[in-house]
Ligand binder design. Sequence first.
Ligand code: TYM
Length: 342
Amino acid sequence: MSKEVILTGIRANNDLTIGNYFGAIMPIIDMAVHRSNDYQVNLFVPDMHSFTTPIDHSKLQSQIMHNLRKFTAAGLPLDITDVHIYRQSHISAHSELTWILDCFTGVGEMNRMTQFKDKASKLSDDRVSVGLFNYPVLMASDILLYGASYVPVGEDQTQHLEFTRDIAERMNIRFGELFTVPKPVKEQHEFFGNDQGLRIKDLMDPNKKMSKSDDSDKGVIFLGDSPDEAAKKVMGATTDSLGSIRYDWNNQPGITNLLQILALLTHRSQAEVNNEWEGKERYGDLKSAVAEATTRFLNDLQAKLAQVDDNAILAKLESSQAAMRDIAGQTLLKVQKAVGLR
Ligand code: TYM
């Protein structure tokens, strides 16, 4: 029997953030390192998703390579056969399946996607692309082509995962067993050992998520930030005037975000970090602890980045892409036959 598939993608629209790192990169690398005997693990760059909102296209190629280097520096093993890295645009089945699924997707369904509404509201009407609207369908194709059961993503992608399950079930009911339906989101969280999807908040505005595509980067820690620069961002984080540290997303989102980041950076449980800090009054001490942990984390990652071998990445891309073209092509053919194209 073939192995179950764990799969995720990270766009290359900008440098990666600690949100991407802890929300998606680390969970999948952890699986690649510890569970590739039992699972096939796919980490890919959805390069065609990278310009659903406007970017500087002259930088896309180098950004893709930067991201692949970061995956490697973060510990992605390139020498394991069942671990794959690839670029979406190099496997044409992603676009082809998207068109077919588009024709079974309702406009109303896409209109309800909160990420679309959120991103569209920040752009003038003539810059809101059909690609942004259609983003979840391409994402569903990315997942369904490989029959993925588990998809580690941050909390902001939950609705897109639910849509992927919906369209897979809809197609299966209509045409017979075409797709593996990804596991329900709750089961996915259990599989990755969480009670919910992760959402690291912006340091300046802790009511919104830390995002690599924001205009202002003052509240965003990028993996390529100099450790000093990142520490300054932490020290400037927005908190509150309550004067007592408590893990409480509703009333103290800034402080709670710092506690969350500290737990992630120091590999401790949230409960342990909360125990150490709750009830203390000096916000500056908490910020210093987070700044120090951030500095250590970035120094370590950036030292590893300097050691990465580009040739090893390029060789792995070639072999993974050849293998993935095969798998994706088989799924696509099944769908093409089902809808009467073949
Ligand atoms: P992207 O590049 O916008 O985000 C990559 C991953 O990082 C997670 N993430 C966060 N997690 C926690 N806190 C944050 N502040 C934070 N910011 C980002 C995102 O949830 C995501 O998991 N649509 C995907 C890309 C994609 C994809 C796929 C993923 C395309 N096709 C198929 C899985 C399967 C995205 O959001 O990329």
